[in-house]
Design a protein around this ligand. Structure first.
Ligand SMILES: Cc1cc2nc3c(=O)[nH]c(=O)nc-3n(C[C@H](O)[C@H](O)[C@H](O)COP(=O)(O)OP(=O)(O)OC[C@H]3O[C@@H](n4cnc5c(N)ncnc54)[C@H](O)[C@@H]3O)c2cc1C
Length: 379
């Protein structure tokens, strides 16, 4: 088993790390404070290939492997969790499914633009009564002789504020749960599709999360992404990749928390010496580093699995579950080590503490990941 990165992966990681350090880190606090979608920085990240990492170069992407993608998301998240999630949604939840399931016309129209950042993508699966129970779709797409008419509401759609194209899931056979769901690739300006403000959020502020209302949205059958009734499988296929990316995002936030804690432990003195000399602090740091290294192994294993086969469901759920909880523990310990300096509003650790929490919620809660893992190991 070779755990070393290839030269190409090292070069790519250095490029994204340099961008992250020089461009994102200085802006992260301002993005969080304003809570506005960081369009300019996303355009700069796109120019490096970060919005279509695994999409072939001839289709506008960076043409790299899934491990490179996970490395990029972690590096972005070390500086700005929100930029990492925006990229994760665009890559895993929109560009990849369009590349995998899109018609030639859909690829022609959207893929190059999505992969190069000229268009931003969003993924609208969740509804008020379809969060963890995502198969319980109440948005309905009714087929008539002119195509489909969609009606319903979506909630918490990341990237929606800036989105040019949205994958919308809807029941084409209501009552059939996952077997009756279809996916539609809709331009964000489709008549009848409106974006409404979503709730203010604790962390990952600037994600452009909005709710969607679909009122008699009429589209042709050519708006279907994949076959009728294939939508739920498409969503789960996309989430397998998305969960690898969220694991990487959590890892980036956790690594930033460890860095803050190490720095503070070296410099903050109490009782006449640096607090890093005290075993109580050393053990917290040791636990953080070990937890994050274990999370990194699971994340890279899941990324490698995604590269080798299309449905690494077990690996992706394990990576997301462990990395998000490890990063949460790391942010919590960093807060303890920085004490009042971390608890201060506007401090880096305070932001990391808020940002990390969502990784245990979106793209399937920790409970959902445990359900997926248990189902796999029991079957
Ligand atoms: C910042 C943010 C961004 C998001 N972005 C998107 C997006 O881009 N697109 C999108 O479609 N959605 C998005 N979501 C929605 C997200 O995927 C859902 O919030 C998530 O799936 C959980 O659903 P819920 O909030 O309805 O919680 P619920 O499903 O109501 O769950 C509530 C609690 O019950 C638990 N629970 C539920 N069922 C079970 C069970 N069977 N066994 C044990 N425990 C259970 C859950 O784990 C949780 O703890 C986003 C959410 C957030 C917060």
């Amino acid at each position: 088993m070779d755990l070393d990165l290839t030269d190409e992966q090292k070069t790519w990681l250095a490029t994204i790390t340099e961008f992250s350090t020089s461009r994102l880190a200085p802006e992260a606090a301002a993005i969080d404070a304003a809570g506005t979608f960081p369009r300019e920085l996303i355009a700069e990240a796109s120019a490096l290939g970060a919005m279509g990492v695994t999409i072939p170069a001839e289709l506008g992407g960076a043409g790299l492997d899934y491990v490179s993608y996970a490395l990029a998301i972690e590096a972005l998240a070390r500086a700005s969790a929100v930029v990492a999630v925006i990229a994760a949604v665009n890559n895993s939840l929109v560009a990849e499914p369009v590349a995998q399931f899109g018609s030639d016309a859909q690829k022609q129209l959207w893929l190059r633009r999505l992969a190069s950042g000229q268009a931003i993508g969003a993924f609208a699966l969740s509804e008020e009564s379809a969060g963890s129970d995502a198969a319980n779709q109440q948005t309905v797409a009714r087929l008539d002789d002119r195509g489909y008419v969609l009606n319903g509401c979506k909630v918490w759609v990341a990237n929606a504020e800036a989105a040019d194209v949205i994958i919308v899931f809807a029941a084409t056979q209501p009552g059939m749960r996952g077997r009756g769901v279809s996916a539609f690739l809709l331009p964000a300006d489709t008549p009848g599709l409106t974006r409404t403000d979503a709730a203010d959020s604790l962390g990952v502020r600037g994600l452009g999360c909005m709710d969607l209302e679909l009122k008699n949205v009429r589209v042709g059958a050519d708006a279907l992404l994949g076959a009728p009734g294939e939508g739920f499988q498409i969503a789960m296929w996309a989430l397998d990749g998305g969960r690898v990316a969220i694991a990487a995002q959590a890892l980036g936030v956790g690594a930033a928390a460890l860095e803050q804690a190490l720095n503070h432990a070296r410099h903050r003195e109490a009782f006449g010496q640096p607090i890093g000399n005290y075993q109580a602090v050393q053990w917290m740091l040791a636990d953080m580093a070990t937890d994050l290294d274990a999370a990194r192994m699971l994340t890279l294993k899941a990324a490698d699995a995604r590269q080798r086969h299309p449905r690494p469901t077990l690996e992706a759920s394990m990576a997301k579950l462990f990395a998000s909880e490890a990063a949460h523990r790391a942010a919590d310990k960093a807060m303890q080590i920085l004490a009042s300096k971390g608890y201060q509003r506007g401090s880096v650790v305070e932001r990391l503490f808020r940002d990390v929490r969502a990784t245990e919620i979106y793209q399937g809660t920790s409970e959902v990941q445990r359900m997926v893992i248990a189902e796999h190991i029991l079957s």
